[in-house]
Design a protein. Structure first.
Lengths: 237, 884
């Protein structure tokens, strides 16, 4: 079996900030890697550094120390859109674009979409919405959506470009149990179909249970050795 | 709590609050600066007007009236600094025999003056030759009689034998109009030209010669009391000062009823100046008010650009249990902080601009009220921009509505009622009505204390501004609704494949975009209209200066020593583009002596401007061609046409001085057209004829004057010309610059120049602020959207596509609407304010360099705003993620 090239290779990457003259460590030096097709849950209490790690892995932020590489995806400034998609926790949709326009936006931003014309992006966006059962909301504006609907639209936007690595920050945080399960079903089905690796920061034990690996974070420290997601309820609280 | 709350906006939203404060400061500075300027110039108008007046009151004594009693009454009616009795006697004519010829004039006047008169009223005379004591002869009379100091003149008394006097000096009477005015006739009813022949005698001699005449012919001799009033207590405002003086004059009339009649020169002068002061106020309203309103709109727009954030913050406060009263207290504290900052900065800027740009040192009572008014306006504006929206939100808001909404699509009532088109139609109608009816915008009837401004005239430009702004809103709404495809196509070069998304995004923010476009359009139109008006005014001032001086450089000789003899030498000077000779003679039209100008009608325009406005037919080329085609043709003033009921082609017999026999002879001319103004000509009646014909008929072809058009600096050319005519006795060389300084020191000119200077400076600031600050703040408010784009992987150029599309849309939209509106408003202003132009402009003068500089400032402002936002958006994506 050929050795898989990692999508992300994090080597003793840390992130700290200066706050009121004091150094705050959001992420202490961490080492981890994500292989193609891996399904990883990132769990830990609020403020433990989950979002910081996701931002670094998404190439949105740079580590203060250590390094991050994307061997199978290419240079860090060419990850998004296309190879890597990131679904933030709150900052999701552009309010002046309707649902389908929001979803097709990363396709239009992509270099590869070159001469295919707007029609193909619109079709891909509608297909992504359809996969998450959101086709009926295509023409609605974000202000007309509930928080949960907006989060699902953001997920549709992430999968519309068929990324090889999808990072999601609390994707089911605003969903009821049924909708959360349905979203996760769709996400796993998509990942399975396209071989997309998932890294999902979550408080939801149900979500973590359905993923292959669980990485724990506490006080900015990443622990990738643990298996399963014990005491999620406590950590979430 | 308030202190804690204010810390947030002052540290994290300082840009928006600062922007609002800048808008408030601009409005306050404009109001305070213009107001202070207006107050100062009104005061200077009064001072200048009364300072240059030779005699304030002339009281004509009734027959048998006691001069001492009337003098005492005058002193009681108003504090005076000088009082003199002056005698006036009619003479049937003067005769002088010089150089073997006898010269005889028509009727004349002999004035008797006390020797101290010239000390108390020094502006009445200007000594040309000889002394200022003894018998003086007026310059024109001396020329008519060919007399000089030491010559004898015979006075032909009325009803008595003639008597001889010896001339001691020749004087100029610069205020002959008022010195010889017809006292007691209603103003304008019996215009009286000053006599052509005047002798001035010491009072003792006058009494000796004319007391007998007074007994023989009492109607031919009269006395006046001339007064110089004390001006210390006069009000600074010309209108108020006019009321004061008029009241004092009426008081005197009541005291001396039956003993004398008052000619109130001071009131008449203030009467004219108060018209200027009213025009200055009108200009303030026409030119200044739109600027202040625009600055106010700017402040409101800047404040409104933060409305989304304010709503979210209010919702947050509400969610934390804050009451409406508490929320309003916080909003009030924020508005107060911005208000204090904006008003303080505005007042300081207004005072500094006036002090250092226009050298206005005073902070008098009128200026204080303007500053106070500006401050109040600033606080009201801050309240309207910050507190009122917060109050409205606090009343209506729920937490759910705090989400950032996109713009609604419902058409407002005014659009459904077509209010914009209605206002434009009303504006056109109002303009047509006011412009076509030959109205006067400033009504300050002579002799009436009450004055007024025809505020209806403001209706047309006001409705045009509002109508155009609303039309812009409608057109943009239509464009966003139906023109998305066209817009996407247009933006493809900027946004590429994202054009559709960009247009979709822009169209859903149409209220915000429209606000930006309208604000830029109003700013551009304000700058354009002010600049065009200003340039047109300056151009007309230059034309006026050229008209007064004659040409860029005028060499004035005399009939005895004509400058025309030096024409070839003058034309050969370096820096001369063209040279033309101009005869200046005198001719009697009936009994009226008028200036006569002899020209080469086909070529005079090469050396000096021949504006269409100078001629009755409104066409300089045609009129001059008609004159050139009629060798004995003459152009006369409208007054002469009316007085003599002339028709084109009519023969007019004029009496011209023959240079050979020094006698006036009848010369036939043919009336070919009307001339209103002409280079070097006086404001009243004059004649223009062909120089060749005048030369043939008067026995002398010499031209007294030479007009030079300069190809470079007129002052240098004038200096060179002085060198050429240095040997010519009495020759004077003047350049257009000196006339310009003379004209520019007149009252209205000062006001308009200063006012528009202030306006132009503010216009650039407002345009830059409108394009830059508002755009940058709008973009800052959408930082969230740009952060999402960054997270999705938008490259810098793709992010730029959104930014530039909005920037260009606002810029191009604002220019497309603002430029034509600005020119339309300028055309309207120039037409409505025709009275401040002399002569009236034929067309608008466009200040291309100022407009280009303003355009560059706009572009730079937009570019700067986009580039800064671009950098901030990229950097702040992670910050936004953390804050989310």
């Amino acid at each position: 079996m050929p050795r898989l090239e990692p999508l992300v290779d994090v080597l003793r990457a840390g992130r700290d900030f200066s706050q009121a003259g004091r150094r705050v460590y959001a992420l202490r030096p961490a080492t981890c890697r994500v292989l193609p097709g891996e399904l990883i849950a990132l769990v830990g209490p609020s403020g433990s550094g989950k979002s910081t790690l996701l931002h670094l892995v998404a190439g949105l932020d740079r580590p203060s120390s250590g390094s991050i590489a994307w061997p199978a995806l290419g240079p860090g400034d060419a990850l998004r859109p296309g190879k890597l998609a990131f679904v933030p926790q709150m900052l999701s949709l552009i309010t002046s674009l309707n649902v389908v326009e929001n979803v097709e936006l990363p396709l239009l931003l992509g270099e590869s979409a070159g001469g295919e014309g707007v029609g193909s992006e619109r079709a891909a966006a509608l297909a992504a919405l359809d996969r998450l059962g959101l086709a009926a909301l295509a023409e609605r504006l974000p202000e007309e959506l509930s928080g949960g609907q907006a989060q699902r639209v953001a997920m549709a936007r992430a999968i519309a470009g068929n990324p090889r690595l999808l990072l999601a920050d609390e994707p089911t945080g605003q969903l009821d149990q049924a909708n959360a399960a349905a979203l996760l079903d769709a996400l796993l089905a998509f990942a399975g179909r396209h071989g997309t690796a998932l890294v999902v920061a979550t408080h939801d034990a149900g979500v973590a249970d359905r993923l292959d690996k669980v990485w724990h974070m506490a006080h900015g420290q990443l622990d990738v050795s643990a298996v399963g997601a014990p005491a999620l309820a406590e950590s979430a609280s | 709590m308030i202190g804690l709350w204010l810390t947030g906006p002052l540290t994290r939203r300082s840009g928006r609050l600062l922007g609002t404060a800048v808008g408030v400061a601009l409005a306050v500075a404009l109001l305070a600066g213009l107001g202070e300027f207006l107050a100062a110039s009104s005061a200077s108008m009064t001072l200048q007007a009364v300072a240059s007046l030779p005699v304030d009151w002339q009281i004509q004594l009734a027959a048998g009236a006691d001069a001492a009693v009337v003098s005492a009454a005058a002193r009681a009616a108003a504090p005076c600094r000088a009082l003199q009795t002056v005698g006036y006697a009619d003479a049937a004519g003067f005769v002088a025999e010089t150089g073997g010829t006898v010269q005889t004039t028509g009727a004349g006047k002999v004035v008797g003056l006390d020797p101290s008169y010239r000390l108390e009223f020094p502006a009445q005379f200007r000594s040309l030759t000889g002394s200022l004591g003894g018998v003086l002869v007026a310059q024109q009379t001396a020329a008519n009689l060919h007399v000089a100091v030491g010559d004898k003149v015979t006075i032909e008394r009325v009803g008595l034998p003639p008597t001889d006097v010896t001339i001691d000096g020749v004087v100029d009477l610069p205020n002959a109009d008022s010195l010889f005015q017809a006292v007691g006739t209603p103003p304008g009813l019996a215009l009286q030209a000053p006599p052509d022949n005047v002798l001035l005698l010491p009072m003792a001699a006058w009494h000796r010669l004319f007391d007998p005449q007074a007994e023989a012919r009492p109607d031919s001799v009269r006395s006046q009391i001339h007064l110089g009033l004390s001006h210390e207590r006069l009000a600074a405002d010309p209108d108020t000062a006019y009321g004061q003086v008029l009241g004092a004059g009426r008081n005197l009339e009541a005291r001396i009823a039956g003993s004398g009649i008052l000619a109130d020169n001071l009131a008449a002068r203030l009467d004219a100046v108060r018209g200027d002061a009213l025009y200055a106020k009108v200009l303030f309203l026409f030119l200044g008010a739109p600027g202040a309103v625009l600055a106010g709109l700017l402040a409101v727009a800047v404040a409104a650009s933060g409305s989304g954030r304010r709503r979210r913050e209010q919702a947050l406060l509400r969610a934390r249990g804050a009451s409406t009263a508490q929320i309003l207290r916080l909003a009030g504290a924020e508005a107060s902080a911005v208000g204090v900052l904006g008003v303080a900065a505005g007042l300081a800027a207004g005072v500094l601009v006036c002090r250092f740009l226009f050298g206005i040192p005073i902070l008098g009572r009128m200026a204080f009220w303007w500053l106070a008014g500006g401050a109040i306006a600033g606080f009201v504006l801050t309240g309207a921009a910050l507190f009122v929206p917060a109050w409205q939100d606090a009343r209506r808001m729920t937490v759910a509505r705090a989400r950032t909404p996109t713009d609604g699509s419902a058409r407002p009532l005014w659009q459904r009622l077509y209010l914009d088109l209605l206002l434009l139609a009303l504006s056109a109608t109002a303009f047509w009505e006011t412009a076509a009816s030959g109205y006067q915008i400033v009504l300050a009837p002579e002799g009436v204390a009450a004055s007024s401004v025809d505020y209806h005239a403001f209706l047309a430009p006001t409705l045009l501004w509002i109508g155009m702004a609303l039309l812009a809103v409608r057109l943009l709404a239509i464009g966003f609704e139906r023109g998305r495809g066209v817009l996407a196509h247009a933006l493809r070069s900027v946004a590429g494949r994202l054009a559709g998304s960009v247009v979709a995004s822009l169209s859903r923010q149409r209220v915000r975009i429209t606000r930006g476009v309208v604000l830029v359009a109003v700013a551009v139109s304000f700058a354009v209209s002010t600049a065009v008006f200003d340039t047109t005014y300056k151009t007309q001032t230059l034309i006026d200066a050229e008209l007064t001086n004659g040409a860029d450089v005028t060499v004035a000789g005399t009939t005895a020593a004509p400058a025309g003899g030096m024409l070839a030498k003058l034309a050969a000077l370096p820096g001369v583009a063209a040279a033309q000779a101009l005869q200046h003679r005198f001719a009697y039209v009936g009994t009226d002596l008028q200036d006569l100008y002899g020209i080469d009608a086909l070529h005079i325009g090469e050396a000096t401007r021949m504006s269409d406005a100078y001629f009755g037919g409104g066409n300089a080329r045609t009129t001059l061609a008609a004159l050139a085609g009629t060798p004995d043709g003459v152009l006369v003033s409208e007054e002469t046409v009316t007085d003599f009921q002339l028709q084109p082609g009519d023969q007019i017999n004029l009496r011209l001085l023959n240079l050979l026999d020094r006698q006036y002879h009848k010369v036939p001319f043919r009336f070919v057209g009307v001339v209103r103004e002409f280079p070097t000509a006086p404001r009243d009646s004059f004649l223009v004829a062909n120089s060749a014909y005048v030369g043939r008929q008067t026995g002398g072809t010499a031209s007294e004057n030479v007009l030079l058009r300069a190809s470079g600096d007129a002052a240098s050319l004038a200096a060179a010309a002085r060198g050429v005519v240095v040997s010519l006795p009495g020759a004077k060389v003047s350049d257009v610059g000196s006339s310009l300084r003379l004209i520019a020191s007149s009252l209205t000119a000062i006001d308009v120049r200063g006012l528009t200077g202030l306006e132009l400076a503010f216009a650039v600031l407002l345009v830059v602020a409108a394009t830059g600050i508002v755009f940058a703040l709008n973009l800052a408010d959408r930082g969230r959207s740009y952060a999402i784009l960054t997270i999705l992987g938008a490259r810098r150029r793709q992010l730029s596509a959104f930014l530039w599309s909005e920037g260009l849309l606002i810029l191009i939209g604002g220019l497309a609407i603002g430029l034509p509106t600005g020119f339309a408003v300028a055309e309207m202003l120039v037409t409505l304010l025709t009275a401040v132009f002399d002569p009236p402009p034929q067309n608008l003068s466009v200040p291309w360099s100022y407009l280009a500089a303003t355009g560059i400032a706009m572009l730079a402002s937009t570019f700067g705003a986009v580039l800064v936002t671009e950098a901030v958006a990229e950097r702040s994506a992670i910050q936004q993620l953390r804050e989310a």
